[in-house]
Design a protein around this ligand. Structure first.
Ligand SMILES: [Zn+2]
Length: 398
């Protein structure tokens, strides 16, 4: 990559004509797949090696800066060395707490044209199921800095939502209205392929989109377990929505006891069927991101009051929010207002993880964040979603 105007200059710290060094530096830098390692290499090469006491000219400093930026952004050349540094594995970072994760053993007992019965008591209404696009997605190994990923076609996790739809008082005298509202909701989400499952307030489980297909439930989103990074979860995660509404700062779940029981049975069936770890059962508020301003929490359903324990799951609000530590996202005060204190633990852990990783790589947090943003953009490009301009934000049922 020729850099005009540098041919006759000396680069501070290098003390050799740039015309000789540039090709060597460029060759070396472009073989460093890890952007953080590349950053460190370039910092050493362009400034850290300068002799103490030697004055650098302003032009020399600006040339070093140009060289630094150009080579930092240069595309990576193939590298046979697979031992590149890891993400989320910097020294001293403890793994997220994890309880023993037993996958339920649930099987299909009976199937009719409109209903399925499972061995744990789960009943699914199947008469309204629609098809979508076939599921196909890529996962990204969090231990390697590569952006091509691996192809998959089975569900990797579950994202829990609330429909944010109109609710009637949950009382016997409202029975007729409760039924009408629930049925209209199912029709709406079916028409828009919003979720794979909706659990109405009586605990009826409606299959909306086939499990093999894609539902439009998570938009721009990020999650990670101990091995994989997931970006934009419509394809990789199943969407399960409660007929309920979220209120900012709400501490208790709005779900009815019947919904809780049904969600527990449904989660058990899906986890057993697809071998889904508890770590990959999360809420929309934990995964939703806005790629335009690089902030999390574009959607805030189940921001702090999801009944993990009621569903037989560990409290995943404790887990570091993946978009923060993996891709350097931030959040604003409005997001904090909408969450409860449970999710703050995940935010705090993610920020601490980010700080430790930046330190382990020898760079400041701001600079480290920029390299993570670069990786996020590269992954979006791999997924064919480079623009952050078409955020679909209206999937919640009206
Ligand atoms: Zn949602």
């Amino acid at each position: 990559m020729p850099i005009q105007g540098l041919e006759d200059e000396m680069i501070p710290g290098l003390r050799l004509p740039s015309a000789i060094l540039l090709p060597v530096l460029e060759w070396r830098a472009r073989r460093i797949a890890d952007p953080v390692e590349r950053l460190r290499f370039l910092r050493r090469a362009t400034s850290a090696g300068a002799r103490p006491g030697r004055r650098k000219s302003a032009r020399g400093r600006s040339l070093a800066l140009i060289l630094f930026v150009v080579l930092l952004l240069a595309p990576v050349l193939p590298n046979s060395d697979a031992n590149v540094p890891t993400i989320g594995r910097a020294a001293g970072i403890p793994p997220a707490a994890s309880a023993p994760d037993r996958l339920p053993d649930v099987w299909l007992v009976e199937k009719t044209g409109t209903q399925e019965l499972y061995s744990n008591g789960l009943r699914i209404e199947t008469g309204f199921t629609v098809a979508g696009l076939p599921r196909a997605y890529r996962v990204f190994d969090r231990q390697r800095r590569e952006e091509t990923g691996e192809e998959r076609s089975t569900p990797a996790g579950i994202v829990f939502h609330t429909t944010e739809s109109h609710l009637a008082p949950f009382q016997a005298e409202q029975n007729r209205q409760l039924k009408q509202i629930g049925e209209a909701l199912v029709e709406y989400v079916r028409r828009n392929r919003c979720y794979h499952y909706v659990i109405d307030r009586f605990g009826r489980v409606w299959r909306v989109v086939r499990e093999t297909d894609v539902a439009d439930h998570a938009g721009y989103s990020v999650w990670a377990d101990s091995q994989w990074l997931y970006v934009n979860l419509n394809h990789s995660f199943l969407g399960v929505s409660f007929e309920a509404q979220t209120r900012a700062g709400q501490a208790d779940s709005e779900a009815t006891p019947a919904q809780l029981l049904a969600a527990r049975l449904l989660t058990g069936m899906l986890r057993g069927k697809y071998r889904i770890p508890a770590a990959d059962c999360v809420t929309h508020a934990q995964v939703s991101v806005n790629p335009r301003n690089l902030r999390i929490g574009y959607h805030t359903d189940w921001a702090g009051n999801f009944p993990y324990a009621g569903l037989g799951l560990a409290d995943n609000y404790d887990r570091p929010v993946a978009a923060l530590w993996a891709f350097g996202f931030t959040y604003d005060p409005a997001y904090l207002h909408s969450t409860g204190s449970r999710l703050w633990q995940g935010l705090s852990r993610a920020e601490e993880q980010l700080r430790q990783e930046a330190t382990a790589h020898g760079v400041g947090v701001a600079l480290y964040r920029k390299t993570l943003h670069g990786r996020y953009q590269a992954i979006l490009k791999t997924l064919g979603q480079p623009g952050a301009s078409e955020e679909k934000d209206d999937h919640e049922a009206q």
